[in-house]
Design a protein around this ligand. Structure first.
Ligand SMILES: [Zn+2]
Length: 175
């Protein structure tokens, strides 16, 4: 790793530690040529499958939407960011290590539901109720948006669910 100050390649790692979620490794480095110190971060690059919607259209896997799905379901719940990140990383590894080039949007929703069940019962019920009610949502992104609508900001009272609108029936059934 070339020194950003003098471009020397002669650097030494003085300290190495994993982040709490185990997702990244932080390394302190010292340049042997100019003695400057700097930090590098190392993370595994995952190959994530393309997401296939129920209409057959494909889209890029959106890691942030996955995170949003957890965050929105877990708002006001005693679960911290690190726990969410651990769950997100576990799913990303699972999707990545499956070796598949494609994944059904539906599978993502089910996998998130499964993780939530282990994390927090209330969040699981929130997610599952929206998921089941809007089964015709063919995009995980739309599901996350719907969750945000159902659980707006401060209020997570059950009465909010009364405002849900019912969407048309599923257009095309997948086998
Ligand atoms: Zn240097």
């Amino acid at each position: 790793m070339r020194c950003p100050f003098c471009q020397s390649e002669d650097t030494r790692v003085s300290d190495s530690r994993e982040s709490d979620s185990g997702e990244t490794v932080r390394r302190r480095r010292v340049c042997q040529a100019c003695s400057e110190r700097y930090t590098t971060y190392e993370r595994v690059e995952l190959h994530l499958p393309q997401v296939v919607k129920s209409d057959g259209k494909k889209e890029k896997f959106n890691e942030q939407k996955l995170r949003d799905g957890f965050a929105v379901s877990l708002q006001k719940r005693p679960i911290d960011q690190a726990q969410i990140e651990t769950a997100v990383q576990r799913l990303l590894r699972k999707f990545s290590f499956s070796g598949e080039d494609e994944i059904d949007a539906e599978q993502i929703g089910l996998a998130v539901m499964d993780e939530l069940r282990g994390l927090d019962e209330v969040a699981y019920v929130r997610f599952a109720s929206v998921y089941r009610r809007f089964q015709d949502l063919d995009e995980f992104n739309e599901l996350v948006q719907k969750l945000k609508d159902v659980l707006p900001g401060e209020s997570t009272k059950p009465t909010k669910t009364a405002k849900l609108t019912i969407l048309p029936k599923k257009r095309n059934q997948r086998s």
